[in-house]
Design a binder for this molecule. Sequence first.
Ligand code: HEC
Ligand SMILES: [Cu+2]
Length: 368
Amino acid sequence: MIPALTNLTRPMPFLADVEESFWFPKQASSFASEVDWVYDFILYICIAFFVPMMAFMVWTVFKYTKKKGTKAESQVTHNTPLELAWSIGPSVLLVWMFVQGSISYLDMRTPPEGSYDVGVQAFKWGWTMDYGGGTFHPELHIVKDEPTKLSMRSTDVIHSLFIPAFRAKKDIVPGRYNYMWFKPTVASEQVSEEELAKAKKQSEGGDGWDYDKYQFTPDGYTFFDLYCTEYCGTNHSEMQTVVVVHETQEELDAWIKANSSRPDDQTPAEWGQLLYNRRGCSGCHSNDGSKLVGPSFKDLYASEHALASGDSVVVDDNYVRESIIDPKAKVVAGYQPVMPSYKGQLSDDDIESIIAYLKSLSSNADAK
Ligand code: HEC
Ligand SMILES: [Cu+2]
């Protein structure tokens, strides 16, 4: 880019050495020290101006207050050198802030060639990462020191992807692709087998994995938080997931492989339940009979109900499959057609597993 200017970015490198400061979480990407440094420096400039100016103002208020009844002066003299100094001086600083900000911004806007590409789909209210080859997962898994590009899209409204530890953030606007990139510099750690086994046991039978409580993933990795940072409706505050940074590409590949399809030791119904949590169905469909954005899955299978078109439908394998692939084809009476299509995102086995899970939730006679 502009080497002379880029060299200027860190005239005070000691400020960038702060790993975790009062304002900021741990620095875990190549952007972090620069963003923090510019932020801190602008903050210090503001303080350096604000405090003496306010002090001087208060002092003059007392010093030049005149007694009641004194005649007001109308003639105020002016001082050209002083006025030039206090106009030009701050202007130079402001231009410097703009240049610094622009350098960092342009850098963040331009993914390097050959970055590792992950597809991101944002929806109300969750995330699906696309690792290619039909592997989808809500967690973002990437490799340390590897420039990573996210190709992002939204199926409904404007969302925004924010990873505080990376100081990286970008809006995701429906109807177009939005891109961002970063280079993670700190790898996730793996917790001990015992700790993982204990957490697994505790979370059995619950509503899935509690990331906040354990602070590691179901695979035993510590993580960085990933938030939606654009208010997008009722469950916006729950639209969070995690970033796991692997030490090597081999480790990541092994993780992707392990998550690409149903493991041999899992029944379809178990895998279906996992997908229900993992793929965001649980954000709109409960499994206990309560009505959310969509109808509950409890006792849904083999039931009969009305459609918005006035027809009625019996929930069987074909209907469920159609509801997942083409949700707008038959809309349930009393609901908005807001479900995103999962066409091409769930394999046949995945859909069959979801059907098996629905059956396991249904006490209707025909379901078994
Ligand atoms: C953004 C919210 C949302 C998400 C996410 C979502 N759905 Fe839906 N779903 C709905 C709504 C709303 C309806 C009812 C309106 C309609 O039929 O489109 C519905 C309808 C359905 C139906 C038909 C229900 C019936 O009573 O006939 C099935 C089956 C279904 N969804 C399955 C799924 C599965 C499986 C997933 C996850 C892979 C999922 N949905 C994800 C909102 C959602
Ligand atoms: Cu959102």
